[in-house]
Design a protein around this ligand. Structure first.
Ligand code: UDP
Length: 313
């Protein structure tokens, strides 16, 4: 297959490129490097089946030649980004999705949307199945991401129904692993970087809020299984084992052997109280389930950050 990956230099996009290249596909990577980083794809430069365009998909998208699949992984996605770049997030979720759907339509290609558990907002149904419509505050600080992705899902299904474009939608739950930005602002990256540098671990609120963390290799394996399936409609891909944020902080200290203390800071506005995917649909459709537990994944990610911190000073 010849596959276009928007957001190719990002955390998830770059792991996806690796898997596609490894299985023999040709990859056209696109990224404007707003939050993506060249170092994530540097090892792919020079590969005969990889090419790269530095480009913002919110403007327009042109890819010469035949294309079999268009994968939309372009967007800042950390809650810390929601305040720093709200308009870019709204644009890449709306205009970026429109342009990439247009590309898929023109090429007769399959379209794959990276959506999010944020479409469920602060969920009143727990765990969250795909049939739950969510509880999102459209005008709060998280609304820029949540509503952009909800719009992107609506647009994707409209292109399927109205134009007959073959589409897949993955709802991604908290994912972590090597190539996260050390200053990403998420809990896993903050806690590991703080623990490794002996700084206080910043738990927001009382730390009783929950998340369910999926290791990146499991997550990307789920993406490809969904891409190759014939299912049209949203599918949750995430690890259903749920932890409190305080438990995560304690585990970050443990796997790094750190002496950091845990301190508390104010809880961000509209921070979801709990989150856990119902992954029975992915299991039924393509027998997907995660294999890497949190402790193992955190150890691998800590090794990555240790090297990044030593290398980068
Ligand atoms: N969080 C925290 N300390 C941090 C960063 C995040 O306690 O330094 C909390 C955050 O308030 C949320 C959870 O950890 O309750 C997960 O946050 P993250 O940014 O990783 O992702 P989210 O699931 O909120 O998108």
């Amino acid at each position: 297959m010849r596959v276009v990956v928007a957001g190719a230099a990002g955390f998830l996009g770059s792991h996806l490129c690796d898997r596609l290249i490894a299985r023999g596909d040709e990859v056209v990577g696109i990224d404007n490097l707003l939050t993506g980083r060249m170092e994530n794809v540097a090892h792919l430069f020079g590969h005969e089946r990889f090419s790269f365009q530095r480009h913002n998909v919110s403007t327009y998208v042109h890819v010469p030649g035949a294309v079999d699949a268009v994968l939309h992984f372009a967007s800042p996605a950390s809650p810390a980004d929601f305040e720093r770049m709200p308009i870019q997030i709204l644009k890449v979720g709306s205009l970026g999705t429109l342009h990439l759907l247009g590309l898929a339509k023109e090429k007769g290609a399959r379209f794959f949307l990276a959506s999010t558990s944020e479409v469920y907002g602060d969920p009143e149904v727990h765990p969250q199945p795909e049939t739950y419509w969510g509880n999102v505050n459209p005008v709060g600080p998280r609304g820029v991401y949540d509503e952009a992705k909800r719009f992107a899902e609506a647009m994707t299904m409209a292109y399927n129904r109205f134009h007959g474009v073959d589409v897949r939608i993955v709802r991604i739950f908290n994912t972590f692993g090597p190539r996260m930005r050390p200053d990403d602002g998420r809990a896993v990256s903050n806690f590991l970087v703080q623990a490794l540098s002996g700084k206080p671990i910043t738990v927001y609120g009382d730390g009783s809020q929950t998340r369910s963390f999926c290791y990146v290799d499991d997550e990307v394996r789920g993406f490809l299984a969904l891409l190759d399936s014939s299912y049209v409609g949203p599918v949750n891909i995430g690890n259903p084992v749920e932890y409190t944020i305080r438990q995560l902080a304690e585990m970050a200290i443990e796997v790094t052997g750190s002496t950091s203390e845990i301190i508390t800071q104010p809880l961000p506005v509209d921070d979801p109280a709990r989150r856990r995917p119902d992954i029975s649909l992915a299991g039924t459709l393509f027998e997907w389930e995660p294999e890497v537990d949190l402790r193992t994944g955190l150890s691998r990610t800590a090794a990555y950050f240790r090297e990044a911190l030593e290398g980068g000073g």
